[in-house]
Design a protein around this ligand. Sequence first.
Ligand code: PAF
Length: 291
Amino acid sequence: MKIIEDIREMRRYAKEARAKGAAVALVPTMGYLHAGHAELLRVARESADLVVLSIFVNPMQFGPKEDYQTYPRDINGDMKLAAQTGVDAVFVPYAADMYHHGFQTFVNVEELTKVLCGEVRPGHFRGVTTVVLKLFNIVGPAKAVFGKKDYQQYLVVRRMVEDLNLDVEIIGVETMREPDGLAMSSRNSYLDPAERLAARCIPRAMDEVNAAFFDGTRASASLIDIVKKIIENEPLAVVEYISVCDTETLADLEYVEDSARLLLAVKVGKARLIDNCLLEKKGWSASLDSL
Ligand code: PAF
């Protein structure tokens, strides 16, 4: 497994692989890898000849009061997991190289980023799309793999690719869950044991709302109310947003006809946890999703 820190070297390495006819898949991450990332890497491995994993805690996507400095990092553990999943190259650029002195060019997806996480974290998605486009330009992947736990991010990246005619296929991978249904996330490491237990209210609320949907509840206000009550019943959890919205535009729905996406952000201790699921007629459950 090759470890590359230098941008020009990364570009050269990927270019040589492409020249030999290899299809390159990129899995962009901020490190502190877990089984969810392993799944992204597995999908990448299946769908391309050469797998590049990027690890870069991107300062541009953190607000001034957010956790950039304390974001969990474990480069040795990451390298071990990368090697186990058959990654060909790990790209670990330096922030000073990615954002050299005088940097002032950004990419912004306008509408999709105005709601949900975009509303609560101004500038976040601008930082994400900018770094993702930079990584695409450096690596030149045919495919890039993103987790659907960050569902809004997945849609935003897809929109950017479509709008800017980028020649990259975006592959979305279903959320990996702990046995009790909690979505895997690097930020779960912020939870102490009591908070970890409290965080179970998120998949529990998602299960309840799916059961209600399956039983015929279609008014978004009623669906949101179910989630809200379960989470508000947990003293360590604070709701940031709950939305029942269109699966593509993320526009709020008053009433769900066939399907919708439920997205939520909840603070448990200092961890800000996000999760989402599809509401559809055939039913869904966080515990089944984790199998
Ligand atoms: O999902 C993440 O880890 C990050 O937002 C990404 C896509 C690697 C961009 O920094």
